[in-house]
Write a protein that binds this ligand. Structure first.
Ligand SMILES: [Zn+2]
Length: 151
């Protein structure tokens, strides 16, 4: 298995992250759209991210702190309009229960290093994990694998 489950979502919002900035500093570092998602828990409009259609080999990095979050090998087309993956890179993301909607509990996914909001994870994904990591493309930066030998 992939070691996906945490210890029951008992994380506290006050937890400190390795990369932290003031709100003003984040606003300087991020575009308004990135800030809205990563720091404001916003959701981009479905189908607006070019990363949804990205099919090259490579890694998807956090737009906030550049941590590699997802490998293209775990990406699949969920037809939701958001980039979707069935597993993150081990240890790259954290989750916590999102009770923002009183009629629905979702599991929020954030970057393990800077705490930036990335999206949500659902239990209707494909094998082998059955998970669907539904990500905001604006919260990530894609780095294609190097075509030639690296120097
Ligand atoms: Zn990050």
């Amino acid at each position: 298995m992939f070691g996906l489950s945490g210890r029951g979502g008992a994380t506290t919002p006050a937890r400190r992250f390795e990369v932290e900035h003031s709100e003003a500093e984040w606003r300087r570092r991020l575009t308004p759209d990135q800030f809205e998602v990563l720091r404001g828990h916003g959701t981009e409009r479905a189908g607006t991210s070019p990363l949804d259609r990205e099919s090259r080999k490579g890694l998807f990095h956090c737009a906030g702190c550049d941590l590699p979050l997802f490998d293209s090998a775990t990406k699949y087309d969920s037809r939701t309009g958001w980039p979707s993956f069935w597993a993150p890179i081990e240890g790259a993301v954290g989750t916590q229960t999102d009770r923002g909607l009183f009629w629905q509990t979702r599991t929020e996914v954030h970057c393990a290093r800077c705490g930036g909001h990335l999206g949500h994870v659902f239990d209707d994904g494909p094998r082998p994990t059955g998970k669907r990591y539904c990500m905001n493309g604006v919260a990530m930066a894609f780095r294609p694998s190097a075509a030639g030998p690296q120097s």
